[in-house]
Structure formats: structure tokens, C-alpha cells
Design a protein around this ligand. Sequence first.
Ligand SMILES: Cc1ncc(COP(=O)(O)O)c(C=O)c1O
Length: 392
Amino acid sequence: MSIFSELHDRKNTRSVKWDMLEPVFQTSDILPMWVADMDFKAPEAVNNALIKRAEHGIYGYTIIDDDVESAIINWLKHRHQWEIDQKWLTFSPGVVTSLHMAIQAFTEPNDKVLVQTPVYGPFYKVTESHERELVKNKLIYKDGYYSIDFQDFEKKLKSGVKAFILCSPHNPVGRVWKKEELEEMARLCLKYDVLIISDEIHADLVLPGNKHIPIASLSEEIAENTITMMAPSKTFNLAGLQASFIVTKNKDLRLKLNEHLGKQGFHMLNTMGNAAIEAAYKHGGDWLDELLSVINDNKNYVIDTFAKNTPELKVVNPEGTYLLWIDCSGLNMDNKELKKFMIEKAKVGLNAGIEYGEEGDQFMRMNLGCPKAMVEEGVKRIIGAVAVAREK
Ligand SMILES: Cc1ncc(COP(=O)(O)O)c(C=O)c1O
């Protein structure tokens, strides 16, 4: 049996996804398919590295050494054909932390920050909690596919935007931006002197037929204008280990960012996160390839099964991430009704589309980072509930 078919009991492990059902959904009698972590064990090499480290039994102050940094450099080179210099690396507990730091370091209160909506909820908070003005470049949703409204993008940049937070690949719509799209976004940001803060946490989670291109890898000039945030956390299911990194070629930007991180007291990674980064990037390639085929299979299963049974639900076919963005407008329910329906009738815990902005109205986000049997169960529950609703 594949390790990706094993069902694990994650209850009572301090798991947000499994142990927060009651406070979030007001019931624990649902199948959790929300929060973006996976129900799979991390690669064996990672678990072995952590066990070995724990067996040592001493957890004093820790350094990020050449072994860790060269594991990242090699991963980026071989997985993404992106050659970076060791000096460009900075570390942080998480990408959301890095986003907060970057916004504080590179923009001032009331500055405009551009995001492409619907988008990962914390992008709103990262901007608004520091009193920056959030400016939206709404993605175009047409024929089940999302694309960039470049006319609007340029108009917004022209209006005096200071920084653009790019989500690449995009959560929740699942786009893996094509080279031409990235080039055009970068060209316009350079033209209007807008800093690119690129959240590439989903970089490794790209489905067959697509290719992730780090925006900073497009040219020297673009690299000088970009701060890239990455992590092994989504890729290898290590979010609880709190280990991520930032790549900044531009020395001035890097110094400013480091100064800001330093001022907040960040100066190292935790011991386990450090060990996990090295093991994951050195030995996790085959595990990841198998994972991607499992996600692809899960995705195709949901798309085909909904198409056959519930035409009310239209799945946006993702190019990347393990997150499925489902257009539920065919159910003719408002947001509250839709949320209630999924919890009380279908008994599944999904993320409500509205969490990603008003453009997510009538959408739901389903997490496919789980064994096929769970996906089948979730789909069965939803199809059954829709069939009952249809009869009424
Ligand atoms: C686009 C994006 N950025 C950041 C994060 C979270 O990053 P971290 O856990 O490193 O703070 C997520 C998690 O879902 C995400 O989808």
C-alpha cells in the first residue's frame, strides 16, 4: 500500500485541521477538508532526521549552516532551474511572518499595496493590519479559468502602488502563472517602480503539464526588484515546524529586510525545522513526485465525479496546489446558506470562498491533500446532500 493511501488519526495531535472543528464549524461531526496542510506523513528521510536529532536530546541555540543552505540552493537549481547565491538567503518561521516583515520594511502607512483577488486571506490582513491601503487587481473568471486583467493591473500600478504581493502559484484559484504572464507583471512593476513581493510557497506543488517559474529567475533586473518567499512546509507537510526562507538578490533590500527581522528578534530557525529543511530538500524529491501524482488523481476524480453527478458544482481545474476551488453558484445559495449546507447537510469542513475576498462569493475551497478514500467520502457526502437539496 502506498504511504499516500494510509489513513492516519490526527485527532488530539494539536492539529488545527482536526482539533479545531468544534470552535470553527460548531460541530466535530464533519470530514475536515479545509486548512492547507495534508493528512500524509512527511517523507521518511525527514522523520528519520527528526528522530535522530531528538535522540541527541539537547536543543540548544542552533545555527543555519552550509548543509542547510546548500540543500535549498540545490533544490532551487534542480527543481526550478533557478540559480541563487548563498548570500541571498534569509530565514523566517513562516511565509506569513515574512510577508508582515516585508510590508513593514518596504512600505509606509497609507501606501498602496496591490493583490490579485480572490486571494489567500492573510494577504488582506498583512496589508490592512499595518494601515497600508489594499488595492485589488481582480482576476478575470471566464469559462472556468482565471486570468489577469493587465489593463487594470497597469491602471492600479499607475495610481501609486508601492508593492505588489504576488501569489505564485495562486491560492485559491490554482493558477501556475505562465512565463508571459510573469514577464508582463514584472515589466509593469519595473515600469512603475513597484516592488514585487512574491509568495511562492506553493512552488513545488505543480500538476502535470505545468511549470512553476520563480518570477525572480526571469532576469537580473527583475531579480533586483523582487523578494521571493518559499518554504518546504506546504511541499512536504511541515507547517508545524515553522521553517521558511526568503531569497533577495538586491543587497539594499536584503539588508533592510534583515534589519527588520533582527529588530523583531528573529535570528535563527528552530532546531527541528532546520533539520527538516535539509532532509526534505536533499531526499524528498521522489516522495514529492509521488505526492503530485496522488493529488492529480484526486483532482481528476473530483472533477469527473462532480461533472457526472452534480452539474451545480463547477470545479476550477487547478494547475498547481492541492486546493480545489469550486464554483457553487449553481446551488443558488447565499454565502451563509452555502456554508451551513456544507457543514450541516454534506458534513464536510471546507473553506468558504468568501474568506478569500468578495470575489470568492459562492465558492468553496476543498483540500485534496489526503488519501483518495477521504476524497471519495467527501465527494459522496456532497453529492448526496446536493441530490436531497435538488429534490426540495
Ligand atoms: C499563499 C500562501 N502563503 C502562505 C501560507 C502560509 O505560510 P506559513 O505557514 O509559512 O506562514 C499559505 C498557507 O496556506 C499560503 O497558501
